[in-house]
Design a protein around this ligand. Structure first.
Ligand code: SF4
Length: 370
């Protein structure tokens, strides 16, 4: 069931590229990615972290390749994991070639920063030969000297010029399997740069606010920056950068997409902040429900409301709903209809049971359709 006000976001028409077996751009779902923070060459730690990110729903995982040991380690990491791996390369062209040959699905590197034309040709050939895409990743903090001299500071125009300079190198080589990002730690600078870039290229855009900060500040900055762009139809893949466990980045990424109705994964809980009218402890209940429902990947909407002021209204717009306010009990709703009274003590298990029931219904109807 949808909100009474529901406006479909019209997405910018971008080229569709492939990152491994996952499409990015065009009309493909907006993907969510994160990055490992282990020592890449520590295979056990890196593989475990990639797997945790896979379980959290990551569509891609980026891994730094600062040295040869790391780019060679990608071979084992790719073999042991399912999600397409993006190799993060800075400056050294040989790492890019090794990463492409080790099975990376994408190279994050800027062709204009790796030196001679021969080197660029070699990297692009390795990418082409190994079905590997490229992300041009412009960062306000590391713009080319020439561009900085021209613009005096890392302005949106400077970032776009840098991105287009790298893009033209790939275009001249007839390499089209690439996406672009223009990130800054300032929300306003980032948003303006992407808006300008979106008018100049058909390439899919990878969105992110770089170095956004810790869990709370970083989530706020990323949501405002990425959210503004997404509502304007800009963006094909996102990465939330947090100084926190990378799994949190995936959760926040999906949270942003869910809040705009752009992609659904897992249970979306609509819950009130609670107040003196609450018929049960809303905050504790939501915490417990989040934990008990965290394994669910199918999309289900659930409202958990403290009383009848807004509870029945929210229940109308969710698939499963619970509204408190009775004597030690509340009302359970399914698809907006009152189903039964439920004791507060039984509420959590009952809600979990009905959410699981909803998922079974959805799976069955999918099976019947196929
Ligand atoms: Fe308070 Fe009821 Fe609103 Fe929850 S739904 S915040 S309990 S008035």
């Amino acid at each position: 069931m949808k909100n009474s006000y529901w406006q479909e976001i019209k997405r910018r028409k971008s080229n569709k590229i492939m990152v491994g077996n996952i499409p990015v751009g065009g009309d493909s779902p907006i993907t969510v990615q994160s990055m490992t923070n282990t020592n890449t060459a520590d295979l056990e730690a890196t593989i475990n972290q990639v797997k945790s990110l896979e379980n959290a729903g990551a569509d891609f995982v980026r891994i730094s390749c600062p040295d040869q040991e790391s780019s060679f380690a990608l071979k084992n990491i790719v073999a042991e994991t399912k999600v397409p791996i993006i190799a993060d390369i800075h400056f050294h062209y040989k790492r890019a070639i090794e990463a492409a040959e080790s099975g990376a699905s994408c190279l994050r590197f800027n062709p204009g920063n790796i030196g001679s034309r021969e080197r660029i040709l070699e990297v692009v050939k390795a990418a082409r030969d190994n079905d590997c895409s490229i992300r041009i990743g412009v960062n306000a903090g590391s713009l080319e000297k020439k561009i900085l001299e021209k613009y005096k500071s890392p302005s949106p125009e400077a970032m776009v010029e840098s991105a287009l300079m790298h893009e033209n190198i790939l275009k001249d080589l007839d390499f089209n399997n690439y996406k672009i990002s223009v990130k800054a730690s300032s929300v306003l600078l980032t948003v303006e740069a992407y808006k300008k870039l979106a008018l100049k290229t058909k390439a899919p855009l990878h969105l992110g606010i770089t170095e956004a900060g810790g869990m709370i500040d970083g989530t706020i900055k990323s949501s405002i920056g990425i959210g503004q762009l997404l509502t304007q139809g800009i963006g094909d893949t996102i990465r939330v950068s947090l100084s926190a466990d990378p799994v949190e980045e995936i959760k926040v990424g999906f949270g942003i997409l869910k809040s705009l109705g752009l992609r659904h994964r897992g249970v979306t809980i609509i819950s009130c902040p609670s107040c003196a009218r609450q018929g049960f402890d809303v905050i504790e209940t939501v915490k417990k429900l989040e934990k008990k429902l965290s394994h669910i990947t199918e999309s289900v909407t659930l409202s958990v409301m403290g009383c009848v002021v807004n509870g029945p209204g929210e229940a109308l717009m969710t698939e499963v709903g619970f509204t408190g306010g009775g004597k030690e009990s509340g009302m359970l709703y399914i698809d907006g209809n009152r189903l039964m009274k439920c004791k507060n003590d039984d509420m959590i298990d009952t809600i979990v049971g009905y959410v699981e029931e909803k998922i079974r219904e959805k799976e069955n109807s999918k099976k019947n359709l196929s």
